[in-house]
Design a protein around this ligand. Structure first.
Ligand SMILES: Cc1cc2nc3c(=O)[nH]c(=O)nc-3n(C[C@H](O)[C@H](O)[C@H](O)COP(=O)(O)O)c2cc1C
Ligand code: SF4
Length: 435
């Protein structure tokens, strides 16, 4: 059985309450850090652990913390990104709802390391029921002296707030999130300056994902070296994967990074194989924003090596033959899936969610949706395929934030790997999958 760091005890009844959480060893990392470690020592363990941000980009967490501007006497903020709106991704809500104190303990550790005295959990508006659970857990943490003034007699004080978003996907982008937290429309900011220098209310800020923060208590309790002993290459530790689509056992799994993709899909411990014994057609491995891969390239890399669930292995071959681990939203498609229709669903989403600041994203996402719509309807022409590819190329890398790339990559990769299916729609003048 894989070491469970995040989902350990997740099925214990009452885990969301502080009594049960404490009985199972909860808040011990906090007591350890506040009693015997300086903030820099906490950061040092996080650096040693090799933990990388679990929100999608995979940036090393300890390094991100070390960028925080400490040369100013402005307040510093630690912010948890609980927006989780990426299609196919549902790991953070699972963890936050069932084990809210793990997140709160991680928030306090991170805040202590960064020298923050006020911190925020920014939660997606639709997850109101999860927010209620987290708010209750925050109240309990205050009542037990883990939040507020002079935490556990250490002299360190922290206030923690939970703030709901309005339900816009773009508010998951960290600078849009900060704008929204400040009460403004969630438009991404131009970078630089990065939040580590100019973040919330113009002050140095670190934004981390729920899962990243929830790994901190284990790292402090067991040490960074113990965490980095798990995983493979520069993909250390464990990762939550939310698996959905045409599989026998959809759900949230904690895997050790480096697990073969084939084992993840077919073993009974995880996805349990493809629904109805159908054939695997394609996978979107890291949430809707990453390139789609056909079965032939997801089980093995182009060089024939087994493809592993790791940042490096999934990316092997670049975008020609690889993809990204992203947020860990693993969408499985069997051979009954229409790639064009699937892409249309994604395109509609990105068009709807574009904030509209950059013309390539604002105009391009709508244009791609329109073309995909007419193709799926049997009204496309052969020229539409290259037009789509061309639009996606002109969005990539030309926008303020990566939502533009996120909209473009699924399109360019689908054309790269499934061109024949687009052509079939056009030749037949209908979707071949629609009866
Ligand atoms: C359009 C868009 C949506 C995003 N949504 C989320 C999200 O819901 N949750 C998240 O943690 N990161 C999201 N990110 C990534 C964040 O900008 C940021 O990289 C992340 O919160 C940093 O935390 P980490 O280093 O712990 O991963 C999104 C990025 C983009 C461009
Ligand atoms: S890429 Fe799209 S979502 Fe991001 S800032 Fe530009 S218009 Fe807004």
């Amino acid at each position: 059985m894989v070491q469970q760091i995040l989902l350990n005890n997740i099925e214990v009844p009452g885990l969301a309450g502080i009594e049960v959480y404490r009985k199972l060893g909860g808040y011990s990392s906090l007591e350890k850090a506040l009693k015997s470690m300086t903030p820099d020592e906490v950061t040092g363990e996080v650096k040693l652990s090799g933990l990388r941000g679990r929100g999608g980009a995979g940036f090393p967490t300890g390094m991100k913390w070390s960028f925080l501007d400490k040369s100013t006497d402005k307040p510093r903020y630690f912010v948890c990104n609980f927006d989780e709106s990426e299609p196919g991704t549902f790991k953070d809500r699972h963890l936050g709802q069932l084990n809210p104190h793990l997140l709160i303990e991680g928030m306090i550790l991170g805040s202590y390391a960064l020298g923050a005295s006020a911190s925020y959990i920014y939660i997606r508006g639709e997850l109101f029921y999860v927010m209620r659970i987290i708010e209750k857990a925050i109240e309990e943490a205050y009542a037990h002296g883990f939040l507020g003034k002079n935490i556990a007699g250490s002299g360190y004080s922290l206030d923690l707030y939970c703030h709901p978003g309005g339900g816009a996907y773009i508010c998951g982008e960290e600078t849009a999130l900060l704008e929204s937290l400040e009460g403004k429309r969630g438009n991404p900011r131009l970078k630089p300056p990065f939040p580590a220098v100019v973040g919330l209310y113009g002050c140095p800020t670190v934004v981390n994902n729920v899962e990243t923060i929830a790994a901190l208590p284990w790292i402090i309790n067991h040490g960074g070296n113990a965490y980095s002993a798990m995983g493979i290459g520069n993909s250390k530790g464990t990762k939550l994967i939310s698996a959905c689509g045409h599989i026998n056992k959809p759900g949230v799994y904690e895997i050790e990074l480096g697990l073969p993709v084939e084992e993840f899909i077919y073993s009974d411990q995880y996805c349990g194989g493809i629904l109805n014994g159908n054939k695997l057609k394609a996978i979107v491995a890291g949430g809707s924003s990453v390139p789609i891969l056909p079965a032939s390239l997801i089980l093995k890399t182009a060089s024939g090596a087994p493809r592993l669930m790791s940042y490096e292995s999934l990316a092997e071959g670049g975008f020609e033959t690889g993809t990204m681990l992203g947020s860990g939203g693993f969408i499985v498609m069997d051979d009954t899936t229409c790639i064009v229709k699937n892409l249309l669903t994604f395109a509609r989403f990105y068009h709807h969610e574009s904030c509209g600041q950059c013309s390539p994203c604002r105009e391009g996402t709508g244009w791609m949706e329109k073309i995909l719509h007419r193709m799926e309807d049997g009204r496309g022409s052969m020229g539409d395929i290259d037009l789509l590819a061309d639009i996606s190329k002109h969005i990539e890398g030309t926008t303020i934030c990566p939502l533009g790339d996120a909209a473009a990559w699924p399109v360019s990769s689908a054309i790269r790997h499934f061109r024949a299916e687009f052509e079939e729609h056009i030749k037949l003048r209908k979707c071949p999958y629609t009866k």
